[in-house]
Design a binder for this molecule. Structure first.
Ligand SMILES: Cc1cc2nc3c(=O)[nH]c(=O)nc-3n(C[C@H](O)[C@H](O)[C@H](O)COP(=O)(O)OP(=O)(O)OC[C@H]3O[C@@H](n4cnc5c(N)ncnc54)[C@H](O)[C@@H]3O)c2cc1C
Length: 451
């Protein structure tokens, strides 16, 4: 009898321990691995933060996302939605500084650097200039291709998983529409370089352009088509991702700003917000343009500037079915699910969300100039929004662990490609935290690289 009781107590204890482990690990039969289970705080709920949370929870980690906003605006909501393997040339490329200086006093130009006496900005501009050499651009090209292709595949895998319900990934490619021979020649150079890397761009005649985009009349000389590119509807995907994460047990704290972090013996011991104090095994800084301010709290230097861009949405029937970049004006046009979006401009004026009317107007005028008969309404212009691209000096993201802080991963600096690269970044941050093999070499994204 005693033996029987002892056996039952033993069995019960084993069951209790197992159940506690199951709860602790948020057990998922597909990918359970006790050794990998960690508590992780992700600071920032943009595409990079949410993609990170997505892959972390799939691995069984306990994830908390902290975001100072309502997670319904910002760069990840206002972008053009392109997935762009074709954008192999980073922003920091030969001639960009000259363009910046030329446009410095013209606040309606597509590329604008507000003149200001700010040491960090001047240092960043110096690093940007140092990164703008032919050799450095050429070295970055295969890296940009690889991370883009990885991320495009992950977007497709997320769609195929059904986790976010149904959403579209447009696969008609991306048009580069030009009005001048100069723009055409420039893009054909990119076609040649991309061709060497296995990405195909092809020149279209005006007749072919008409066949591809029959319901609009272009005021243009021609176009180049990148079949490797895709387009999506960011606000829809962000909303679905957020819903999925909450449903999957990720703790999402909106309107909660991280103010500080405590560091002891090379480890972050506390994350302090305006509402409370948190502890976790690992911290991921994915706070977009704000990340360098947070990194400073840990005595880390992360050269980063906010590159403001604007979007105008219209629900009017534009006839547009093909995403297109209007080359001379640097405007992105995207047919999204339920509306058309016009996006553009790169404005370096610090961290602010001030809407400059002249820049919104420049986007609307540019669109009306390229698409004959198209009119952007005053209401649509008045509803324009802006977002801040986190721009590193060489245009490559920062993904990795800074040496001085053991339990920190930095994930930002994606500039014009942050939407495209969100999933790849989230996947690789998860691989770092889980101690798994990395999907690609992340050495070029070292957050402590020298410029
Ligand atoms: C007009 C425009 C068009 C673009 N088009 C494209 C495109 O077609 N394709 C493409 O690949 N990319 C595009 N981009 C770039 C892309 O949108 C960005 O690179 C990307 O969204 C950056 O994502 P993120 O998650 O790093 O940052 P964000 O989306 O900015 O998210 C950062 C989050 O961190 C939060 N945060 C900041 N500080 C704190 C704090 N202290 N505590 C808590 N939370 C904090 C913020 O509230 C924010 O929600 C475009 C950008 C713009 C502006």
């Amino acid at each position: 009898m005693v033996k029987e009781i002892e056996r039952n107590v033993f069995t019960f204890s084993i069951l209790c321990v197992t159940w506690r482990l199951v709860l602790k690990c948020q057990w998922n039969p597909k990918n359970y691995d006790m050794g990998q289970n960690k508590s992780v705080i992700v600071v920032g709920g943009g595409i990079v933060g949410l993609s990170t949370a997505y892959f972390l929870q799939k691995e069984g980690h306990q994830v908390t996302v902290l975001d100072k906003s309502g997670i319904d605006a910002g760069a990840s909501f206002v972008n053009a939605g392109y997935l762009t393997p074709s954008h192999i040339i980073s922003l920091a490329s030969p001639g960009m500084i000259t363009k910046g200086l030329k446009y410095m006093f013209n606040s309606s130009s597509p590329f604008y650097m507000k003149p200001r006496l700010d040491f960090e900005f001047m240092q960043w501009a110096w690093y940007f200039k140092k990164s703008s050499t032919k050799e450095k651009v050429a070295k970055a090209m295969p890296v940009i291709r690889d991370i883009n292709l990885l991320s495009r595949g992950l977007f497709e895998a997320i769609k195929a998983s059904g986790d976010l319900g149904d959403f579209k990934i447009g696969d008609k490619g991306l048009l580069m529409v030009y009005q001048t021979d100069e723009a055409r020649d420039h893009e054909m150079e990119v076609v040649q370089k991309a061709g060497e890397l296995g990405l195909e761009g092809k020149e279209l005649s005006m007749q072919e352009l008409k066949t591809i985009e029959p319901n609009v009349e272009f005021n243009a000389k021609g176009a180049i088509l990148w079949e490797c590119d895709r387009h999506t509807t960011p606000p829809l995907i962000m909303q679905r991702m957020l819903e999925y994460l909450v449903k999957s047990g990720v703790s999402v704290h909106k309107n909660e700003a991280v103010l500080d972090m405590s560091l002891s013996a090379g480890k972050i011991t506390e994350v302090k917000t305006d509402k409370g104090i948190y502890q976790a095994d690992e911290i991921v800084l994915a706070a977009g343009s704000w990340t360098s301010h947070l990194a400073k709290k840990l005595n880390l230097k992360l050269p980063l500037q906010a590159g403001k861009g604007y979007r105008i949405n219209t629900e009017a029937n534009t006839g547009i079915t093909m995403p297109a970049i209007l080359m001379e004006k640097k405007i992105a046009v995207t047919p999204m699910e339920g509306f058309t979006r016009f996006a553009g401009t790169m404005e370096f004026s610090g961290i602010n969300h001030k809407i400059r009317k002249e820049r919104v107007e420049a986007i609307a005028k540019g669109v009306e100039y390229y698409y004959k008969g198209l009119h952007v309404s005053e209401t649509d212009k008045n509803n324009a929004r802006c977002g801040l691209r986190p721009v590193s000096p060489d245009g490559l993201p920062y993904i990795g662990r800074p040496k001085a802080v053991e339990n920190l991963v930095v994930a930002t600096g994606h500039a014009m490609m942050g939407w495209s690269l969100g999933p790849a970044t989230g996947k690789m941050v998860t691989e770092l935290i889980s101690g798994n093999k990395l999907s690609m070499d992340i050495a070029p994204f070292n957050p402590e690289r020298k410029f």
